[in-house]
Design a binder for this molecule. Structure first.
Ligand code: GAR
Length: 217
């Protein structure tokens, strides 16, 4: 049985599109059963509709600081679609510790840096300012702290001398679109386990000296 996944977005939805594409494969262990946006104007919604995925809009703005109220409506939508796993794809709203606890080990996020470096806003600018020679993207389990939690998969790219936040973000986005579906595949196929705060993987594809770890592709 394929695991039932909801993708939560707030904007462009390019990671959402990568997950939807990957899940089209007959042997992919998860299916995308809903795309949920907290903004009615998220461009990603149109892409989801074009792919035939049911969409739900739960505007978060009217809830203001009432996170519990927003999450009650969100949880109802997740229940209605019998969602088992959540992938955050540029979802720009913080959760309460209670909601995170409810979904611990079942909710993934992607962030465009090699965490724990450069969490939060403008990770590409932060990386350039720090002068790192490698940056990348991280898929991790969600915990109450922003852009933190057990790391499932990372992919790295070189940082060039003449990179700008825009060029670096484009290069990292390519990695994001590769590793997010693979991290979901690992989780949905039962090949991940949590040991305390660390995530362990079984059945990797071996090493070939490239910078995606663990390697499954
Ligand atoms: C992605 O780069 C994702 O890594 C980032 O937002 C972008 C969303 O793009 N997420 C974070 O910064 C989380 N802190 P997308 O809507 O095209 O997937």
């Amino acid at each position: 049985m394929k695991r039932r996944v909801a993708i939560l977005i707030s904007g462009r939805g390019s990671n959402m599109a990568a997950l939807i594409d990957a899940a089209k494969a007959a042997d992919f262990p998860a299916e995308i059963v809903a795309v949920i946006s907290n903004r009615a104007d998220a461009p990603g919604l149109g892409r989801a509709v074009a792919s035939g995925i049911p969409t739900v809009v739960i505007e978060s703005k009217p809830f203001g600081k009432d996170r519990v109220g927003f999450e009650a409506v969100l949880q109802r939508a997740l229940d209605e679609h019998k969602v088992e796993l959540i992938c955050l794809g540029g979802f720009m709203r913080l959760f309460t510790a209670e909601f995170v606890q409810r979904w611990y080990g079942k909710m993934l996020n992607i962030h465009p840096s090699l965490l724990p470096s450069f969490p939060g806003l403008d990770p590409h600018g932060q990386a350039l300012k720090a002068g790192v020679r490698l940056s990348g993207a991280t898929v991790h389990f969600v915990i109450p702290e922003t852009d933190a939690g057990p790391i499932i998969m990372q992919g790295a790219v070189e940082v060039a001398d003449d990179d700008t936040p825009e060029t670096l973000s484009q290069r990292i986005l390519g990695i994001e679109h590769r590793i997010y579906p693979e991290a979901l595949r690992l989780l949905a196929s039962g090949r991940l386990r949590l040991e305390g705060d660390l995530c362990k993987t079984t059945g990797g594809a071996g090493r070939d000296g490239t910078l995606i770890s663990p390697r499954t592709i």
